[in-house]
Write a protein that binds this ligand. Structure first.
Ligand code: SF4
Length: 285
């Protein structure tokens, strides 16, 4: 039997892990199914309550635990802008319902039209053609052009540096008033480029938090507010948690057939407690 102070090799990475190895509670698979929505709060004998119905303080602690587990798995990350603010903003619009590879191809092709002024002046069909690797190019092209026009007309022009100092609520409103910019895109720009304390919720962040039960079932938009209310206003913390959840969603807690057998979060995951190794595709009942 391994003592808690001994190190062991984690299944997901080559480094040693100081956490005790997880021993699955096989009895969990035989627990009666409990509903996350329309919450059944009647305690099943010997079963702890689901995370999703626990007080906010306990779910906040759970988020810190998740961040620590993912750091042990994927590593510590320093908060650094990955690209210029305008590049981040336009790329994030292109990334909506699009793979990272296609988003990059669309951005590259868009930049071949010239600078931001040239993209504003180009025929909208030419912009749509340039970004055709991104999904919904016909909708995105006029939105990108209108967004660029409004930014150009703002006092700082294409320099978005003023967002670093603008009160957070106003910065979010200024960005989300732009066509094609939702709360996720605005949060990404504010956190990644200006180290503002917001938490972008993409499909991976939303799925994992819903399954683990840090938030009850709700849409992505509402999840921004719900998660931010539980998280510390600490940009490096928020950045690392966001990035590592993204990796975990891509590699382990996938939309369909999540790999619970190698997941470092399973000991505290509502979906695993309910379904065992048969967690359904996200969105299925
Ligand atoms: S245990 Fe399964 S459902 Fe839960 S977070 Fe891990 S992979 Fe996702």
């Amino acid at each position: 039997m391994m003592g808690t102070s001994e190190k062991h090799r984690c299944p997901l990475h080559s480094t040693s892990c100081s956490k005790p190895p997880f021993t699955p509670d096989l009895s969990a698979r035989h627990r009666p199914k409990r509903k996350l929505r329309g919450v059944n709060t009647t305690p099943t004998p010997n079963a702890p309550p689901l995370n999703a119905v626990r007080p906010a303080g306990e779910r906040a602690e759970l988020l810190t635990w998740i961040k620590d587990c993912l750091r042990e798995t994927y590593g510590e990350l320093a908060l650094q802008p990955r690209r210029e603010p305008m590049h981040e903003l336009i790329s994030t619009i292109l990334s909506q319902r699009t793979t990272h590879k296609d988003e990059e191809a669309a951005y590259y092709s868009l930049s071949e039209l010239g600078d931001w002024d040239a993209i504003i002046e180009a025929p909208t069909e030419a912009v749509a053609h340039a970004i055709r690797r991104s999904n919904y190019p016909e909708s995105k092209a006029p939105r990108i052009q209108e967004t660029l026009r409004r930014i150009k007309a703002a006092p700082g022009g294409y320099d978005l540096e003023f967002l670093r100092e603008l009160p957070l609520k106003e910065a979010l409103k200024w960005l989300t008033d732009l066509p094609g910019v939702g709360v996720k895109t605005a949060s990404l720009v504010l956190l990644f480029n200006f180290a503002r304390p917001v938490f972008p919720v993409d499909t991976h962040v939303h799925r994992i938090n819903t399954r683990v039960g840090t938030i009850p079932k709700m849409g992505e938009q509402a999840a921004h507010r719900a998660l931010l209310a539980l998280l510390p206003p600490d940009p490096p913390f928020l950045f690392e948690l966001h990035k590592n959840l993204l990796k975990h969603g891509q590699q382990v807690c996938q939309w369909t057939r999540p790999k619970c057998g190698v997941c470092v979060l399973r000991e505290r995951c509502d979906a695993y407690a309910i379904h065992g190794d048969r967690v359904p595709s996200f969105g299925e009942k």
